[in-house]
Unconditional design. Sequence first.
Lengths: 112, 116
Amino acid sequence: DVVMTQSPLSLPVTLGQPASISCWSSQSLVDSDGSTYLAWFQQRPGQSPRRLIYKVSNRDSGVPDRFSGSGSGTDFTLKISRVEAEDVGLYYCMQGTHWPYTFGQGTKLEIK
Amino acid sequence: EVQLVESGGGLVQPGGSLRLSCAASGFIFSNYPMHWVRQAPGTGLEYVSTITSDGGNTYYTNSVRGRFTVSRDNFKNTLYLQMGSLSTEDTAVYYCARGPRAADYWGQGTLVTVSS
């Protein structure tokens, strides 16, 4: 299985400051169709996961533009330009290129 | 509005069976692959199974292959997960989610607890 590794696992951030989460995969996520199926999910306390980003850098409808995704191959990043209180929760990267699809361990974002 | 509503969770003894259902609405169900994803208490997310839009192909993670069966009824807009030979390691919230690949819509989840 493809192992997804996230860093950091805990991310204390001051309101209004930027935040960044890194994600690495144990093998390339470039599919035979040329697409890279790397997504980012947010899970607020007590809620179901919500997809934020798909195919590395495409923001889902309704996701604030302070969220952005980047990367290629095996190395990916989620950035939040200015953290707001509603951003508290767990963030997971996920690969959808190789079955079984796999998630990272999760990064807990909290407000300092 | 896309809605996915899971049901069928509960307490089951080790070695027992359970069938989960997921009622879908607000989209053309037969056009989408569907997933089951689980989350054990206090831990991360795990894709359990995927089924193609027509039900012709199914995929399972190694830990459930041979014990779980995913199916769908495109006339009833419903996804199923038949779970057997359950162990304590299967205790989790089970989410139904819409594909393909990285799920864009998720249900609220149903809790399965395997305990004697």
